[in-house]
Design a binder for this molecule. Sequence first.
Ligand code: ADP
Ligand code: TPW
Ligand code: MG
Length: 582
Amino acid sequence: MTNALAAQTQDATAEDAAARDLTDGFHLIIDALKLNGLNTIYGVPGIPITDFGRMAQAEGMRVISFRHEQNAGNAAAIAGFLTKKPGICLTVSAPGFLNGLTALAHATTNCWPMILISGSSEREIVDLQQGDYEEMDQLAIAKPLCKAAYRILHAEDIGIGVARAIRAAVSGRPGGVYLDLPAKLFGQVMDAAAGEKSLVKVIDPAPAQLPGADAVARALDVLKGAKRPLIILGKGAAYAQADESVRAFVERSGIPYLPMSMAKGLLPDDHPLSAGAARSLVLKESDVVVMVGARLNWLLSHGKGKQWGAEPKKFVQIDIEPKEMDSNVEIAAPLVGDIGSVLDSLLAGMGAGWQKPNPEWTDTIRDKVDGNVAKMAPRLMNNNSPMDYHGALGRLKTIIAERPDAILVNEGANTLDFARSIINMSKPRKRLDVGTWGVMGVGMGSAIAAAVETGHPVLAIEGDSAFGFSGMEVETICRYNLPICVVIFNNNGIYRGTDSNENGDGDPATTVFVPDARYDMMMQAFGGVGVNATTPDELARAVNEAMDSGKPTLINAVIDPTAGTESGRIGNLNPQSVVKKK
Ligand code: ADP
Ligand code: TPW
Ligand code: MG
């Protein structure tokens, strides 16, 4: 259909539409999403997408309305990680769009597929800067913050536009995509049959990418020369859903592995080859390291420096993104491809005569792991009141061990670092946290998406500060009656609750909150269960009840305000002044 015709037909009345069998932008977008198996939208309604949300719900999509777009966006981002399909976030123009944009950038940084669909104001007015309602050149602003950004101006382009967005989000290294839909698009009408024909079902959206035979041979040569090899599993490996290949590669090679935080559970944390509790040792002592869907970024001190020991290492790296190779250190054997295909090629090349590493290496690691686990065990059993991190997390560790299908959401500083090392995961993609940026505020969005996408119970372990960034979504949790139990580690502040303001003006210190706050009462305000827990036993009782009942629950866990340390485990990254002012 020509543009002129499209414009003309916009004036058609509803009766006309029924008589002539027309469709419109609203329906075409919904049909395009559904055709591609995208059946859930996370968003906040308003002009110009209020009716779109309503209609999507009426057409059988699940539409989860949030209280703030950033949380809806974080939900879409984690839905992408969990499902390998782009999570969809829907926002209104300018301010809503900007609120969603942080999450789109977060998804892109973490290599998760997501599509931020935003309504926008009229192009003609925006481009002349004539002051339209919520005027903003959203496409230009989104571009540098995501993997791809598109705008659809004509109803007949919706099929192609949505297909492009999906393919851009999931192919190669996944990431966030922005899709700009000006208000006028929604009402554009066209012939229903032509509309249906214009839709595109994306075939093979994330094609397998096989490594070259020479690259596989090179990697196997490097591995065969290794005396103290190590595998590092990253969240890219969890995302790839090549779980059997990952397990087979670790077990057949006999090489110990270290899981990055969101790769925990790809193999159970108590697996005999897990080096999780011997991290410093294996980083220092290994001579060949196989990176599987993990980047040598700040989380691994860029692959160099003290942490990595004095002797130079050889790296084998498996990644779908060729540019990742040599990003921080030289990669001796790059394997560009998808994790399943690459690992299967390596397994085939290893053959029957594969020599597992010398037991001296694996036994050393085992001893270290066993020693560290034994050292930790008694601390996890304490019943101190107020609670410390170990006493509280010891109980939560047991609860998660008893419920391998439950999903753990985790954010904070000390609350994050202690929970990550204390709580074992036994299945893939069950641990969702702050990701590559260490961003606070992902908690409630992640918890909601986890419950919606998987139907499994969710335990969200939240620092009191971390929770505050998305806390209003407890209403959303209650409204949709989701099986989410939020535990707030309430130590009265950021890192510790004991800071004081040096200038004596009566203002509180910058890192402390209202002491002894009762977050549990927030949940009660919306009809959920709220519990104040002051001992590990009380905490365990309340969490067990919540996980069994599936009722929306928030537990205020009273933590000793002196128990934490500044910045948790990354205090070394925190610049501190050495200059004392007189
Ligand atoms: P972590 O934080 O767990 O170390 P990163 O987010 O740093 O993990 O790294 C994940 C890596 O996985 C990214 O470099 C990304 O390109 C890669 N990746 C994502 N999906 C796949 C896939 N299907 N196959 C191969 N590599 C992938
Ligand atoms: C979007 C900086 C890192 S950790 C943290 C902040 C504010 C909160 C730590 O306190 P919490 O945990 O959650 O109470 P605990 O157990 O140590 O007391 N803004 C964003 N992201 C980050 N990372 C910050 C600020 C930060
Ligand atoms: Mg705190």
